[in-house]
Design a protein around this ligand. Structure first.
Ligand SMILES: [Zn+2]
Length: 218
C-alpha cells in the first residue's frame, strides 16, 4: 500500500516508472534463499524463477535472464543495473520490504544494488544480488522526498527481534494502542549507539508517537 500500487511480484525494477522495490523473507520455508550479512548492512537477495505458467517445475531450471521474447526479465534488469554500477554508473536505489509473518510487512529502508552474479544451486543456476544499506545522507534525502511515513528506518533489526517485539507489544503502539502505520522504534536511538539486536531496545510506535519522540530527542 505504501508504494501506491499492488506489488504482484518480489522483484520490481522501476515498474511503471516508480521506485525499484524488492520483497524479501529470511523465514524458514521462504521460497527464495535471501540472507543478510554484516549485522544487516548487506543483503544477499536471490533472483527469481521462471513464471509457473511457463514451466511446471520452476525450481529445476536456471533462473532466466531473458524472457522467451528476448527481453530482460526482472533478474536481467537487476543484473544489468549491477553491471552498470561496476562500470561507474551510480547504483540503483532499491526499497526493501521484509515479510516477518503472514500479513506483516516491514520496511527495511533503501539499499544500493552493488553487485550481481550467477551461482550453482543444486543442478541449476540462480541469480544473486548484493545490496548495501545506504548512508544517512541518502536516508535524509528520502525523508525530504517522501515525507513523514518513511522517517523510520529499521536498520535491519533481525527478524527474530521484530517478531518477538511484535508479539510482546501485541501489534500496537505502546503509547496509544493504535494499530495503524506502526514502526519499530529504537528506545535508545541507533545514532546514539542503541542496539538493533536486543528486544529490550525496540518497541512498536505509531507514526505520530514516533515523530513526537524524535522531536524531543532533537
Ligand atoms: Zn501512538
Amino acid at each position: 500500500m505504501a508504494e501506491g500500487y499492488n506489488l504482484q511480484r518480489g522483484m520490481n525494477f522501476r515498474v511503471k516508472g516508480k521506485d525499484t522495490v524488492i520483497l524479501m523473507s529470511v523465514r524458514r520455508g521462504a521460497p527464495y534463499a535471501d540472507r543478510t550479512e554484516e549485522d544487516g548492512q548487506i543483503l544477499i537477495y536471490e533472483g527469481h524463477d521462471v513464471p509457473r505458467n511457463i514451466n511446471e517445475s520452476t525450481k529445476a531450471v536456471n533462473q532466466p535472464q531473458f524472457t522467451p521474447n528476448g527481453k530482460l526479465t526482472q533478474n536481467g534488469k537487476f543484473h544489468k543495473a549491477a553491471m552498470d554500477y561496476r562500470n561507474g554508473e551510480p547504483p540503483e536505489l532499491v526499497k526493501v520490504y521484509e515479510k516477518i509473518k503472514d500479513g506483516i510487512w516491514v520496511y527495511n529502508g533503501i539499499f544500493e544494488l552493488i553487485d550481481a552474479w550467477q551461482e550453482k544451486s543444486g543442478k541449476r543456476k540462480v541469480f544473486k544480488f548484493k545490496l548495501r544499506i545506504t548512508d544517512i545522507a541518502l536516508r535524509e534525502r528520502e525523508i525530504m522526498q517522501q515525507g513523514v511515513n518513511d522517517l523510520d528506518h529499521n536498520r535491519m533489526i533481525p527478524t527474530s527481534v521484530k517478531l518477538e517485539v511484535w508479539k510482546r507489544d501485541k501489534g500496537k503502539c505502546v503509547t496509544c494502542g493504535s494499530t495503524d502505520n506502526l514502526h519499530f522504534d529504537h528506545i535508545l536511538p541507533f545514532s546514539k549507539g542503541g542496539t538493533s539486536l536486543k528486544t529490550e531496545n525496540i518497541q512498536l510506535l505509531c507514526a505520530r508517537h514516533n515523530l513526537q519522540k524524535r522531536d524531543k530527542i532533537q
